[in-house]
Design a protein around this ligand. Structure first.
Ligand code: KIV
Length: 263
């Protein structure tokens, strides 16, 4: 049985912190499952992390579905949440509903994530049994409207708007809320005010849970990571070293040796 929305609600009631991590493939989903990660997000960060796009905007439904299916096949226990890509839910409620259905029906996800205060769509999805994770603060699909990847909710007015959107999304039935790049005291205040768990990224330790992009945590990326990222390993340099050693051994003739050949 997968982790459910009821499990996450219980974690919040018990004051038990939890984590969510992104995965984009079967292999990584298996690793996260083995490490007992309760929630795996097939983030639309797929666009930048795996597909080489500059922003999350170009990633398509078909690309997201392809990767969600692979993750769902690798996640035996974790709840799989699929990110609704830009353009798949903003045009009409019907289109949003149809896109969400595809993630559960074809993709094998147990929930979807929506950016912004999508109150009406959340009502509709929840009414039809589709769990919704909300996402407020820095919402990367709005990067052009926000004028870049900047911290949100700094002024009292902006913080109040965030808190009000958070309450509206919880009232509409969202089972959890991602808070991205907002001042820690603002996130803590929102977290205290809600019965659903908040999942922070660049939002401080007052949230009920934390999420990171898996390649940031493992040190697999090449660029400079944002301030809120903590790198727990340096797998990129380990991989480069291993490949370089392989190349050297092939060039010098020390690989394959006797132990790696058939007789
Ligand atoms: O797409 C993503 O990876 C996300 C997380 C960073 C929350 O939305």
């Amino acid at each position: 049985m997968h982790v459910t929305v009821r499990d996450l609600a219980r974690f919040k009631q018990e004051g038990r912190k939890f984590v969510m991590l992104t995965a984009y493939d079967h292999l990584t989903a298996g690793i996260l499952d083995e490490a007992d990660v309760p929630v795996i997000l097939v983030g639309d960060s797929l666009a930048q992390v795996m597909l080489g796009y500059e922003t999350t905007l170009p990633v398509t439904m078909d690309e997201m579905l392809h990767h969600t299916k692979a993750v769902a096949r690798g996640a035996g226990r974790a709840m799989v949440v699929a990110d609704m890509p830009f353009g798949s839910y903003q045009t009409s409620l019907d289109e949003g509903f149809a896109s969400a259905v595809r993630f559960l029906k074809e993709g094998g996800a147990q929930a979807v994530k929506l950016e912004g205060a999508q109150v009406e769509l959340t009502h509709r999805l929840v009414d039809h049994g589709i769990p919704v994770m909300a996402h407020l603060g820095l919402t990367p699909q709005s990067v052009h409207a926000l004028g870049g990847y900047r911290v949100q909710g700094r002024s009292r007015e902006a913080a109040d708007r965030l808190a009000s959107d958070a309450r509206s999304m919880a009232k509409a039935g969202a089972f959890s809320l991602v808070l991205e790049a907002i001042p820690a005291p603002v996130a803590a205040e929102i977290t205290r005010s809600l019965a659903i768990p908040t999942i922070g990224i660049g939002a401080g330790g007052g949230c009920d849970a934390q999420v990171l992009v898996i390649t940031d945590l493992l040190g697999l990326g090449s660029g400079k990571a944002p301030k809120f990222v903590k790198q727990y390993a340096n797998l990129r340099s380990t991989a480069v070293d291993a490949v370089t050693q392989f190349t050297n051994e092939v060039q010098t003739g020390s690989f394959p040796d006797d132990s790696h050949i058939y007789r």
